[in-house]
Design a protein around this ligand. Structure first.
Ligand code: TXA
Ligand code: MG
Length: 331
């Protein structure tokens, strides 16, 4: 198992020496490596068993730092960065091939050879302190094996990747709980590629209408999310709860509910995402409840979609991706 602690000096030293460190962010825990060190980045893909065509996000401590590695010329994207960084927003920006220091830019391994690099400034004090002390960005995908539910606590990381990494920087439970919203620019239009912890409504309040390009394919040329993702280790079905309960009444059911917990039924255990119908709270609880129900003594996990607004859209997106047939969950 990995060592767990909150020693940023230790984290810094390990990262400087090409090792991997799991880092906390407000969204989910990341599996971090020095983004300028291709051999450290290679370990990230190996440990996660992630295909090389799925690029990584780099994490920096400020907008100024981001400008060392990427171009930020579009006024709308600039406005979003100024408004929402640090925060659950990732921007896809043209990568700089030469750094201000004269060194080569972010290696192609990080961006899967694409001309854009994904950048974000996480809103987590411990990680911001760490990033502030590094003279390189940290490339970090979510710290889970490829295709599985993202970790929102240090212990989640330890359970799944603890054997393969040396240190987990423990920053407590993630306060957003769902990955960052990914935004980029295509033919002059601002596009959202992944629904996440920053609601579309909040983005549109700043810069007007954006277009949704949520990826549902496994096409390496269309990076973003793969279709079968967020798999808990149980079949998961979504629909109207009463219909689902009727359909699976021979099974032991774990039900993810939202709002008032329904009255008890045989074979049913309820897990409430948010009794108060608060979508932020539901996002915080989503991945840990997917884990809990996945590890529990149940045959199936059932869920009803949440309201399609605010973070509800990102939560529904994750539920739909978790729903794919079990046989294809670990592709
Ligand atoms: O909240 C988050 O974003 C977390 C924390 C750790 O920061 N990270 C995260 O990373 O969710 P990951 O690797 O699990 O998801 C990153 C997504 C992937 O779907 C990837 O395809 C996309 O970002 N991505 C990364 N770089 C890209 C690029 N250059 N162009 C297009 N998509 C990119
Ligand atoms: Mg991920």
């Amino acid at each position: 198992m990995a060592l767990i602690g909150n020693n940023i000096f230790k984290a810094k030293e390990l990262l400087q020496n090409g090792h991997l460190v799991a880092i906390p962010t407000e969204t989910v825990y990341g599996l971090g490596a020095n983004a300028l060190d291709a051999s450290a980045v290679l370990k990230v893909y190996e440990v996660k068993q992630r295909p090389f065509f799925d690029p990584l996000i780099i994490h920096v401590s400020s907008l100024d730092q981001a400008l060392n590695y990427a171009e930020l010329n579009d006024e709308r994207l600039k406005k979003l960065a100024q408004k929402f960084w640090p925060g659950p927003l990732t921007l896809l920006l043209p990568k700089k091939n030469i750094l201000p220091s004269g060194e080569a830019g972010i290696p192609d391994l990080v961006t899967s050879g694409l001309s854009n690099v994904a950048v974000r400034v996480p809103q987590h004090e411990l990680t911001l302190q760490l990033l502030n002390q590094l003279n390189f960005p940290v490339a970090a995908p979510s710290a889970n094996p490829f295709g599985y539910v993202s970790p929102t606590e240090a212990e989640h990381v330890n359970k799944q990747l603890g054997e393969k990494i040396e240190y987990i920087l423990d920053g407590g439970k993630c306060t957003v709980g769902i990955e960052s919203t990914i935004v980029g620019l295509e033919e002059g239009e601002i596009c959202v590629y992944r629904l996440g912890g920053l609601a579309i409504e909040d983005i549109e309040k700043e810069i007007g209408k954006v277009s949704l390009r949520i990826n549902n394919s496994s096409d390496p040329k269309a990076p973003g999310q793969l279709k079968n993702h967020y798999a808990p280790n149980k079949p998961l079905h979504i629909g109207k709860l009463n219909d689902l309960i009727e359909r699976y009444n021979k099974k032991t059911m774990a039900i993810l509910c939202f709002g008032k917990t329904p009255s008890p039924k045989p074979n049913v255990t309820y897990f409430n995402l948010s009794e108060k119908e608060n979508l932020e709270e539901a996002a915080i609880n989503l991945f840990s409840l997917l884990r809990k129900t996945g590890e529990g003594n149940f045959d199936v996990i059932l869920a009803e979609p949440l309201p399609e607004k605010g973070l509800g859209r990102a939560i529904n997106d994750r539920l739909r991706r978790a729903e794919t047939k079990q046989s294809t969950n670990w592709e």
